[in-house]
Write a new protein. Structure first.
Length: 422
């Protein structure tokens, strides 16, 4: 299978610029085939919840490409209950680029972006996304909506793609101050976003459907909060891909029945799982799921496993369906990623809740926030007794990372933790 994927990716890289329509159809066919494959031949070592999540996300990517006119381009932290209530598929920028990486053809799109003036040091997720648009492979969505949370690239990428495609764009500004005034300010913007979506799509939002979506989000986050507590004491073998997939389920998919089903199944399986054994790792930021040493060392490994990724723990708050806009706004303003100090505090708190043995802080190419705060995170966590490995690499573009270096550093870190663990 790896040889087939590599050959497929090579074909896409060779023909993407000259035959974008053909390459888009081939990518769509590949993702549909992948969906059929994971249904007929599921990874039996994955839990039922993880398999459910893999299927749902693959279907979402297929919908993004097959029906772009029913999709909205979003960033991963953008609340999507408004979209869910209007039957608009969130076209998650980061998830799309991860799938492009999975078909081993991200290089041609990163190059296409750089050839048009996008900086080489720009976030690889966003560079691949922009290059996919410039090359003509990524079809135009109906609208683009994004928030300012975490990533500076958001402000540039979504504005540029809206200009390039000629589609309407809505931007949600999230203040750094974590107070009621900020929540009200963001809630007001989300109300404006409702009007924007209705005018841009010609659809009318049913308030009852929005309340229902927010209620589901509230139930889902409550279940995920229970999962967090169970992860600290139970071992549910998993893969790095399914851990990364969970980021979509805990963000853009919130408000859907599928996200609630996922969280409910995951909680049941965690409660029934055996007690933790081996090393428990808290992973900070995205995961380079494409790297062989990462998969070899962390997939279904009882010696060492990722207990959680902090991107799945950023804001597990109660939500009030009678105040849907305030509830969505609170999730942004009170996010563990809204400000450097809060991210450090959240990392320490999560490490304690999960009873972690160590922390990997991953600095992906182009992510200025992760690189800039990595030493602060390391110092704060180590002061609390948690060893930290700051690992440089690229979560999306394989040309910017070395398997050998990653393998050496991870193996040495795990060996040190095992000696420390006794």
């Amino acid at each position: 299978m790896p040889g087939i994927i590599e050959a497929f990716g090579g074909y896409i890289e060779k023909h993407a610029v000259r035959s974008p329509d053909r390459c888009r159809r081939l990518l769509l066919a590949a993702y549909r085939a992948n969906g059929l494959s994971i249904r007929l031949f599921p990874e039996k070592r994955l839990s039922s919840a993880r398999r459910f999540g893999v299927n749902y996300i693959n279907d979402a990517v297929v919908r993004m490409l097959a029906h772009p006119e029913k999709s909205a381009l979003v960033n991963v932290f953008m609340p999507c209950e408004l979209l869910q209530a209007m039957d608009i598929t969130p076209m998650c920028a980061e998830m799309y680029s991860s799938y492009i990486n999975g078909t081993r053809c991200e290089g041609v799109f990163a190059d296409a972006a750089e050839n048009e003036g996008i900086a080489e040091t720009f976030c690889s997720y966003h560079k691949v996304l922009v290059g996919s648009a410039y090359s003509g492979v990524l079809p135009a969505p109906s609208v683009a909506v994004n928030c300012s949370l975490v990533c500076d690239a958001n402000s540039l990428t979504f504005r540029e793609l809206a200009r390039y495609y000629g589609i309407p764009h809505f931007y949600v500004d999230v203040p750094k101050s974590r107070d009621e005034e900020s929540i009200g300010y963001v809630a007001g913007q989300l109300r404006e976003m409702r009007v924007f979506l209705e005018e841009a799509t010609g659809k009318r939002l049913d308030d009852a459907r929005l309340r229902e979506a927010v209620a589901r989000s509230g139930r889902t986050t409550a279940l995920l909060k229970e999962c967090l507590r169970e992860k600290g004491s139970h071992c549910l073998p998993s893969s790095v891909v399914s851990e990364l997939n969970e980021i979509y389920m805990t963000h853009n998919a919130l408000g859907t029945r599928e996200a609630e089903i996922y969280a409910s199944r995951l909680l049941c399986e965690l409660k029934a799982a055996p007690e933790s054994r081996g090393l428990k790792i808290l992973w900070l930021y995205s995961i380079p799921i494409w790297q062989e040493p990462v998969k070899r060392l962390l997939n279904f490994n009882t010696r060492c496993q990722i207990t959680a990724c902090d991107m799945n723990l950023d804001c597990l708050l109660e939500m009030d369906p009678e105040k849907p806009y305030e509830s969505m706004a609170k999730r942004l303003v009170l996010s563990g990623f809204n400000g450097g100090k809060e991210r450090v505090r959240a990392a320490v708190e999560n490490a304690k809740t999960l009873n972690c043995d160590g922390v990997v802080c991953f600095c992906s190419w182009g992510c200025k926030q992760s690189m800039g705060i990595s030493s602060v995170l390391k110092n704060a966590l180590e002061a609390e007794g948690y060893p930290v490995l700051v690992l440089n690499g690229d979560a999306c573009d394989r040309r910017n990372a070395s398997d050998g270096q990653v393998a050496t550093r991870l193996e040495a870190f795990f060996e040190m933790l095992e000696k420390r663990h006794g």
